[in-house]
Design a protein. Structure first.
Length: 421
């Protein structure tokens, strides 16, 4: 997990408060660097510079340090000091990697903020500005125009821009598109929620896709276990960061090599798990196809509808079956799985005999592919307002058998239904 310093809003020291010594002189600072990796290239592509703080040989929380600096209007000076520290300690040499430097929006718009000074510091440290990614916390600014002006000038000087913690607080897409960063770092809470909630996982995947399509790279940080790593890999995020690969440390000789070995091991483990999931999902789809065909054969033999669908309704995730005529009109009521019968809530939409479904995708699929079992795209089913996939197939006499499935109840919501079974 990245130890990003989260900055509070700037405060103001009351006029009658005595001045305190410069906060920089009261603490000891040490730079540490956490690897940032590309799963596509399977190699290290950058480091995030972080600070470790102590006083009298006792560790001090960076959050506490910045809160003190903020209370005494010393945040910009502290930021500048740490930027210089990280640059001086970063032995870049010829490494083709980025150096991520955290910087507060308040510092960017401070009167003493100077890109010329930062560029000069880079030159003195032997680091070209194009290797430096200025990592801005995605938060509201008291002066958005000045912040955008700083970003524009930083890009003109060759610096790269990243937005940090996107997805929390004041995040919004309008600001993202106006800033147009090279990299968007998603807040770790999105990944943590995706680990336990299938809907959160879908939203995370959609967010990654949307940001990438808008022209920015996506970095998922705070990856601490294999489950989170697999989710991150499945989203196709461009960059990964977290304790699972490497903790922040000094720039040792083998840090990059060890981080890359960890990444390759995680990718190999994820690939093996994915292959097993594919085998399990193929088995489930084969069973589903078999039971649907068995139900069709029973209906052709004029076995009562509920009995014909009995075994099909015992398959995991299957909730309802219903029959449509050639005009898409529902014939009779629903055949329901036992857990689905005890819904516990009144819903007049549940009794749908005579309802017209000709406009639905699953009905059109059955007409267009009469010799197949077709699946539609997920939608919200009317009977229970849950995400639903409907499988449909044509029976003799222009009847259509439809089978409602709750995909979130099978394989953690990760089962992808093919166009036809």
């Amino acid at each position: 997990m990245s130890s990003v310093v989260r900055l509070p809003r700037r405060g103001h020291r009351p006029a009658d408060t005595p001045a305190i010594p410069d906060i920089i002189d009261r603490y000891d600072f040490r730079s540490v660097y956490q690897p940032i990796l590309s799963p596509t290239h399977q190699k290290l592509v950058g480091y995030e510079a972080l600070v470790r703080v102590s006083r009298d040989n006792q560790p001090v929380s960076p959050v506490e340090l910045f809160e003190q600096a903020d209370r005494h209007d010393q945040t910009p000076g502290l930021d500048r000091h740490l930027l210089q520290l990280h640059l001086d300690n970063f032995a870049a040499g010829s490494q083709p990697v980025w150096l991520f430097l955290n910087i507060s929006p308040a510092t960017c718009i401070h009167p003493e903020a100077s890109l010329e000074r930062l560029a000069s510091q880079c030159q003195q440290s032997g680091i070209h500005p194009e290797k430096v990614v200025l990592d801005l916390v995605e938060t509201a600014s008291d002066n958005p125009a000045a912040l955008l002006d700083f970003i524009h000038n930083a890009k003109a000087r060759g610096f790269q821009i990243a937005i940090d913690d996107f997805g929390m607080g004041d995040s919004n897409f309008e600001r993202l598109w106006r800033i147009n960063p090279l990299i968007v770092k998603l807040d770790r809470s999105l990944l943590v929620n995706a680990e336990t909630n299938s809907r959160a996982r879908m939203l995370l995947e959609s967010l990654v896709k949307m940001i990438r399509e808008s022209g920015s790279l996506v970095l998922l940080e705070g990856i601490e276990n294999h489950a989170q790593a697999r989710i991150a890999l499945d989203t196709e995020a461009d960059l990964l960061q977290g304790f699972l690969f490497a903790r922040p440390s000094g720039l040792g000789d083998h840090q990059a090599e060890l981080a890359e070995q960890s990444l390759r091991a995680v990718i190999a483990d994820s690939s093996e798990s994915s292959l097993q999931d594919i085998r399990d999902q193929e088995g489930y789809l084969r069973l589903l196809r078999f039971e649907i065909l068995e139900a069709c054969h029973s209906l052709i033999r004029e076995i009562p509808f509920n009995s014909a669908c009995g075994r099909l309704l015992e398959v995991d995730g299957v909730k309802r079956c219903f029959l449509l005529n050639a005009q898409g009109i529902q014939q009779g009521n629903l055949a329901r799985a036992n857990p689905d019968i005890h819904r516990g809530k009144f819903n007049p939409l549940y009794h749908s005999a005579g309802a017209r479904w000709a406009h639905r995708e699953y009905f059109r699929n059955a007409l267009e592919r009469p010799q197949h079992i077709s699946s539609c795209r997920p939608y919200v089913g009317l009977p229970d307002a849950k995400r639903t996939v409907t499988l449909s197939t044509m029976l003799p006499g222009q009847r259509v058998l439809c089978v409602d499935i709750h995909p979130d109840e099978v394989f953690g919501g990760q089962l992808g239904f093919p166009a036809t079974l």
